[in-house]
Write a protein that binds this ligand. Structure first.
Ligand SMILES: *Cc1c(COP(=O)(O)O)cnc(C)c1O
Length: 417
């Protein structure tokens, strides 16, 4: 496969953009350090600047549940362009997107739109602190909640991939407000609440982790988080930026039947444009300005283009609930074709092949993976036209645009790689 144009672009980019990329994991640092520059996408496929074609399992890191350039999303965007790109004033479509989110996600009674997942988690934490009058936040090792200062402690995703244990630039005082515990351990949570229960504002958790690779909750784990937070008057925040509208229409909370106090969303709800959201119990959300004293704002929040794309995505999913059964079946078939010697974790249309004996249930077990072997596998797949996330500690995403033929080709390539 020829990558000469990607190589030249990467050289140029590195001169003027840190690492040549606008988000660290895009640099392919743990898998050889030469990213492919994308020229365009169509359905389940992307094409790079050298004319190579790939089956895409990154899907922009989760948002593209319907694949690239879905006609309904393109039509909605074209319609929005007729009106204008930003007003900084309320529009009717924002209400429709908020109503669609509330219809879908069981625990959300009131919601605020923002521009990214990071903004959503940052704001949800602020509201939780404002509502409870407490400062401490519990998070879990290997979970990633965006690049919010206090949530970068023992974070997953690129932080884990690059082995940055504690990022510089975050004041120690911020880190001191975070308690990072092992995922899937009820005992660790019980212990933390016994010690600090009256000071903990919230637990924030990926109900299915995607950011150390896909790690599902063990049976009873989410129930225990619900129970313990309730007992101590702390809030339970489900960070469903990745799982929302992906593992089920109503997210992980619908799939597992748990009702968090606050939920953060992003990725799929933007239909490929920058949107985030946070919402939950009405009494909590009424703390947000201008109703309440917790300030949070955004010049481009509720942007007409982003809202149009998100609304088209949610409307399509609402009208086609069969998408989820189809994703489940195809993802299961793909994972059944995994090569021997890997541990496969999957929930709905997100999954990871871990290069370890397994089981993988937390960051300790995920980090035991043979990342060098993963790197070989990744490059073997790329050379055969299969585009995976360039890190062992990320999830792969199936879209409704992936065909039976895509899956058969991927399984065959995985065997060779
Ligand atoms: C991607 C992600 C975020 C951050 O969202 P951005 O839009 O990248 O800021 C937060 N939480 C989870 C669970 C995510 O997967």
């Amino acid at each position: 496969m020829n990558h000469s144009k990607s190589r030249e672009l990467f050289r140029r980019a590195q001169e003027i953009i840190p690492g040549g990329v606008n988000s660290p994991v895009r640099a392919f640092k743990s898998v050889g350090g030469q990213p492919v520059f994308v020229a365009r996408g169509e359905g389940s496929h992307i094409f790079d600047v050298d004319g190579n074609e790939y089956i895409d399992y990154v899907g922009s890191w989760g948002p593209l549940l319907l694949g690239h350039r879905h006609p309904e999303i393109l039509a909605a965007l074209a319609g929005a362009l007729e009106i204008g790109t930003s007003f900084g004033a309320p529009t009717a479509q924002e209400i429709e997107l908020a109503e669609a989110i509330i219809r879908a996600v069981p625990s959300i009674e009131m919601v605020r739109l923002v521009n990214s997942g990071t903004e959503a988690t940052m704001s949800a934490i602020r509201v939780a602190r404002g509502f409870t009058g407490r400062d401490l936040v519990v998070k879990f090792e290997g979970c990633y909640h965006g690049h919010v200062d206090s949530l970068l402690v023992k974070a997953g995703s690129g932080v884990a991939t690059l082995g940055i244990a504690d990022t510089q630039g975050v004041p120690k005082a911020f880190c001191d407000t975070t308690l990072a515990l092992p995922y899937n351990s009820v005992e660790a949570v019980e212990h933390a609440f016994r010690a600090h229960g009256d000071r903990i504002a919230a637990i924030i958790v990926e109900p299915v982790v995607g950011n150390m690779g896909c790690v599902p909750p063990l049976p009873g784990y989410l129930e225990a988080l619900r129970q313990i937070t309730g007992r101590f008057g702390a809030l339970l925040i489900f960070d469903e930026v990745m799982t929302g509208f992906r593992v089920a229409y109503g997210g992980a909370q619908q799939r597992y039947g748990i009702r968090p106090d606050l939920t953060t969303l992003g990725k799929v709800i933007g239909g490929g444009l920058p949107v985030g959201a946070y919402g939950g119990r009405k009494d909590i959300m009424c703390k947000v300005a201008p109703v309440g004293p917790v300030y949070q704002a955004g010049t481009l929040s509720g942007n007409p283009l982003a809202v149009a794309a998100g609304l088209a995505m949610l409307r399509h999913l609402e009208a086609h609930p069969e998408v989820y059964a189809q994703l489940e079946e195809r993802a299961a078939r793909l994972c059944a074709g995994a090569p021997a010697g890997v541990t496969v974790n999957r929930v709905g249309a997100m999954f990871t092949f871990f290069f370890t004996e397994g089981p993988v249930t937390d960051w300790e077990s995920a980090r035991r993976c043979d990342t060098a072997r993963f790197g070989k596998f990744f490059r073997g797949m790329l050379e055969q036209g299969i585009y995976l996330a360039p890190s062992q500690f990320e999830a792969a995403f199936l879209s409704a645009a992936h065909t039976d033929e895509d899956i058969a080709r991927t399984i065959a390539a995985a065997g060779k790689a």
